[in-house]
Ligand binder design. Structure first.
Ligand code: ZN
Ligand code: ZN
Length: 410
């Protein structure tokens, strides 16, 4: 999942003071096309609808070989996405049972959602990075029964409606790791005091920078979270790969490229024969993925920038196949543009810090993000940038008397 690149003064971000200018949607926001296209030798692109604001579709790539096909990132959980997947496969001349392998690029629900069901129904292998998912299979077996089609459809309807109504950022939708409150044993259900909400993870949990993520999550938000937890079947990989492993797909050999930054478990696949990079959310054609400062390593931005360089330097890379948006041919050029975006964001933070003096993450996030984007996503992205600057010696951090982190950019 992704967040669009936003900056004050950015012509695409707009602001309430300016007259709204009509602008075409970014390619990542285009609704899912029903067309199935061949994008490289032995690789088809299928687009599945997703209901998160800011994104119109997820690309599910089919890698064809004489055994059938492997699919990469088979969309959200729930019946709508599943129906679309079956229709696209049919258009391409396949059925679900022809899938022998599912590859999940990272632990976001628009990427892994359909994977567990494919694994089960097609007896397919499920490949993900070694760091994928923190939810053990024993736990999930104990907790979940398989939802019926009606239950799943209802849960999907609630989740989709809530996501739209609340204008949730894609990153705010819980992933499989967010399982700490049980469906049954959740004290919030019976006793929704603000103290309990404040200590509940992730919707009221304390952030590292000393603020509450969502001090009082609205009732609808909680409904949505429950619906999503119910929908998700945490997929358990049959093969966990590390950086540099070889995989036989589409009749040729691919190399797994570990690309932490957007998430700690992000995986790209590289085909040296045709110069194809399956780039997941790591490199997208016209938006930049959200880099969260929480649960994502000590310096997520550094990991991200370094692994951007890594994919740009791949020998003979000439086609990027992203999880959202259209195929693009200049992978190094796109990497350069994304790096510039992060550089600019750090410069904006420097200017803001000089203007207002020592400040909290929230205060600085309000300086560099337009008001309509204020909130936990803007703060976690600001935090990731500030922490990077601290570790690079470009900023100072200390605790104030209330235990909040304070920053000053040098
Ligand atoms: Zn993602
Ligand atoms: Zn995504």
């Amino acid at each position: 999942m992704t967040a669009t690149a936003r900056q004050p003064g950015d012509p695409t971000s707009g602001s309430s003071e300016e007259a709204p200018r009509p602008r075409p949607p970014k390619q990542e926001q285009q609704p899912a096309s029903e067309e199935v296209t061949e994008v490289a030798p032995g690789i088809i692109r299928m687009q599945l609808p997703i209901w998160m604001p800011g994104l119109g579709h997820v690309n599910t790539y089919g890698l064809l070989d004489d055994r059938g096909l492997a699919v990469v990132d088979p969309g959200l959980p729930g019946p709508s996405s599943w129906r679309a997947l079956k229709t696209r496969l049919k258009t391409a001349g396949y059925t679900v049972s022809d899938i022998h392998t599912v590859i999940v690029t990272h632990s976001h629900p628009d990427h892994f959602g359909g994977a567990g069901r494919i694994k089960k129904e097609a007896h397919a292998d499920l490949v993900a990075h070694r760091a994928f998912t923190t939810w053990s299979l024993e736990e999930s077996n104990r907790r979940n029964h398989l939802p019926t089609e009606e239950e799943a459809a209802e849960a999907e309807r609630i989740a989709a409606a809530a996501a739209q109504a609340l204008d949730l950022g894609a990153e705010e939708i819980p992933t499989i790791a967010d399982h700490t409150d049980d469906y049954e044993g959740d004290p919030l259900r019976d006793n929704p005091t603000s103290e309990l909400q404040a200590s509940s993870v992730p919707w009221g949990g304390e952030t590292p920078w000393g603020g509450s993520k969502h001090p009082m999550p609205p009732w609808r938000r909680r409904m949505m979270i429950r619906a999503l937890r119910f929908l998700f079947r945490p997929p358990d990989p049959t093969r966990r790969v590390v950086h540099g492993e070889r995989l036989e797909l589409a009749g040729r050999e691919w190399v797994s490229i570990h690309t932490p930054g957007h998430t700690i478990d992000h995986l790209c696949l590289y085909d040296p024969e045709f110069g194809v990079l399956l780039s997941g959310d790591h490199v997208l054609p016209s938006i930049t993925p959200h880099i969260s400062g929480v649960g994502n390593g000590a310096d997520a931005l550094k990991s991200y920038l370094q692994t951007l360089d890594l994919v740009a330097a791949l020998d003979g890379v000439r086609l990027g196949l992203p999880a959202h948006g259209n195929p693009f041919d200049d992978v190094p050029g796109r990497v350069e543009a994304i790096k510039e975006h992060h550089q600019e964001r750090m410069e904006l933070l420097g200017e803001a810090s000089h203007a207002i003096g020592p400040a909290t993450v929230q205060q600085l996030s309000h300086e560099i993000f337009p008001r309509k984007h204020w909130g936990v996503m803007a703060e976690s992205e600001t935090f990731a940038h500030l922490e990077h600057m601290v570790l690079e010696g470009e900023a100072e951090r200390w605790d104030d008397d209330n235990g909040r982190l304070m920053y000053r950019v040098a």
